[in-house]
Design a binder for this molecule. Sequence first.
Ligand code: GLU
Ligand code: ZN
Length: 293
Amino acid sequence: MPRLDSTTVIGRFAPSPTGPLHLGSIYTALASFLHARSQQGKWLLRIDDLDTPRNIKGADASILTTLETFGLHWDDSVVYQHQTLDVYNDRLNELIKNHQLYPCTCSRKNLSSPIYSGLCRHKSILPESPYALRLKTDSRLISFEDGLQGLISHNVAEQDGDFILKRKDGIIAYQFAVVIDDYQQGVNQVVRGFDLLTETPKQIYLQQLLGLPTPDYLHVPIIVDAHGYKLSKQTQATAVNLTTPSSVIFTLLQLLKQNPPLELQPAPVAELINWAVAHWQPASLKNVKQLTA
Ligand code: GLU
Ligand code: ZN
């Protein structure tokens, strides 16, 4: 499925170094890899390490080893978000100068709704106590066609409110960082889990505000356990077994609804991946939101 224009597809995988990769994260990695590689695209790796309290020492190294073991070889050098702190802060300062941000001292406890009401919008002096920086959102409609989940229309001001770009603890918010990062890396194709679909309108809003291009988005189903919970560190999802990578990839290709031929099951991981790149059919996942492992 070559692109109509001549630009190279640039996809990426952006795990947070909060622990070893589990089946659900490798599922997403594999989907984004196959989607980029099947279009002769590049596939980049970024370690989303801004949320320092959640980082686990050594997790980044373990993620790299795991991806290599599964034959998911990335292009270029690995990017770490912490290398970009100056860029985020410069961009934030521009927005402050343009009066597009405001300090907010509210705590989650004293907010009755997850949609921020704009309580601090008119604060003119910087508070003494720690504050977050919120974006003054306007009531525009964000519409985009997700490659798997169809047309999404969302009003950020009404459905999210003025969201946070820099947290009270000084940490750059995920929404803001991801937009700058994807732009800096030239990413034009984002394949990630369905759980992030609700974050995408905020990111497109920011792209519009900053004058940045919007990548293509595909939100693949998340993998849930028998109780319907997303596989994650919180649900004690175990790290994948690195000793049998072929059987893990085979299972993941089944979960990606790619119908890998049974005779391929014992093949080396590189052969499985080559088959999957050549036969990639993302449409099999259309409108699928979750799958049970
Ligand atoms: N670092 C984010 C996560 O692990 C993913 C970011 C993204 O794909 O946009 O949930
Ligand atoms: Zn506030």
